[in-house]
Ligand binder design. Structure first.
Ligand code: DGY
Length: 323
């Protein structure tokens, strides 16, 4: 029997690529240059499975291409706002993602950004790299204490809960959250967490606000000028979710005018393009979408995609089917 044809849109960890090569008739992307819309269309026309990631916009136009061979889209990533799921469904395509395996590493990056922003780590590092550090002094780069403070989480899924655990058990932080549905009582009890009825209720109560909602039209600019003004002037905003959850222009204004103290960002509107005004601010910690970027997690994400397509080709339901 012929092996299914599989197209991978970006480089993956070597051991997962080797596994794919052993199992399938696979086309890897050795140049690692993101596919154009036309290349994505061609992939859908020539492979049984297309394995994209966050940098591939699988729009309705791409998904509606005629004469498709693809039956399954195995997304490398837990977030799948790069895929027009309604269009995929309408086209009879199965879509899977990679939940669970990146929960802790993404929560770690959120905690890292929280600490970086609170303790002014980017400014400190710059001082040393610019050879400007003249020695310790009692008034240098004074930040905010993290231990014992209040963390407000917007969205309370797996990653938010993992961050809450680290923050509560590791840093003695008080946990507030806003979530559209009531999470399991055991988790709320374990974290002694308090649910806020609205985002507006949460914002003025938190020293740190961390975003953990999915991207997409429903959450676009959820954090806007009005809501930034509800935050405490000593508070920090952390975003490891999706860039467009925050109105960048409004955030820049807030950081410049001192409506809030600082921000830590791993994701950006229109990334990899970053609003240049972020680059001239001292009070923002910037990372290039590193949430899941550990050896262990990236291999596990690849393996998760492998398991999903293996199930599909065996006629079974893929575990991580989202459409
Ligand atoms: C995810 O898994 O959603 C990461 O942001 C990479 O896409």
């Amino acid at each position: 029997m012929n092996k299914p044809k599989v197209i991978v849109t970006r480089r993956w960890p070597a051991e997962v690529e080797a596994q794919l090569q052993a199992l399938y008739d696979v086309q890897l992307n050795e140049s690692d240059i993101p596919f154009t819309a036309d290349q994505l269309k061609l992939a859908l026309q020539t492979a049984d499975a297309v394995l994209p990631t966050v940098t591939d916009a699988l729009t309705a136009d791409v998904l509606n291409v005629a004469d498709k061979r693809a039956k399954i889209i195995g997304n490398f990533g837990v977030g799948y706002n790069n895929i027009d799921v309604a269009a995929a469904k309408a086209q009879g395509l199965v879509v899977t993602n990679t939940p669970h395996v990146l929960t802790d590493c993404t929560a770690d990056i959120a905690m890292l950004l929280l600490l970086m922003s609170a303790r002014r780590a980017p400014e400190g590092e710059r001082l040393i790299l610019d050879r400007q550090w003249t020695g310790w002094k009692p008034t240098q780069l004074i930040g905010q204490k993290v231990t014992g403070k209040t963390l407000g989480l917007i969205g309370f899924g797996r990653i938010a809960q993992a961050m809450a655990r680290k923050a509560h058990h590791g840093f003695g932080m008080k946990i507030l959250f806003f979530a559209p549905s009531q999470p399991a009582h055991a988790i709320v009890d374990e974290l002694q967490a308090t649910r806020c009825a609205t985002v507006e209720e949460l914002l003025p109560l938190a020293d740190f606000v961390s975003l953990h909602c999915p991207g997409g039209a429903e959450t676009r600019h959820l954090i806007n000028e009005q809501r930034l003004k509800l935050m405490r002037p000593t508070a920090h905003l952390i975003n490891t979710a999706r860039g467009d959850v925050v109105d960048s222009k409004a955030l820049i204004k807030a950081l410049q005018a001192g409506w809030i103290k600082g921000a830590g960002l791993d994701v950006f509107e229109g990334e990899p393009n970053i609003d240049p005004d972020f680059l001239s601010l001292d009070n923002v910690a910037l990372l290039p979408h590193l949430g899941s970027a550990t050896e262990e997690t990236r291999v596990a994400m690849g393996n998760r995609v492998l398991a999903n397509i293996a199930a599909f080709f065996a006629g079974l339901e893929p575990e991580d089917r989202v459409a």
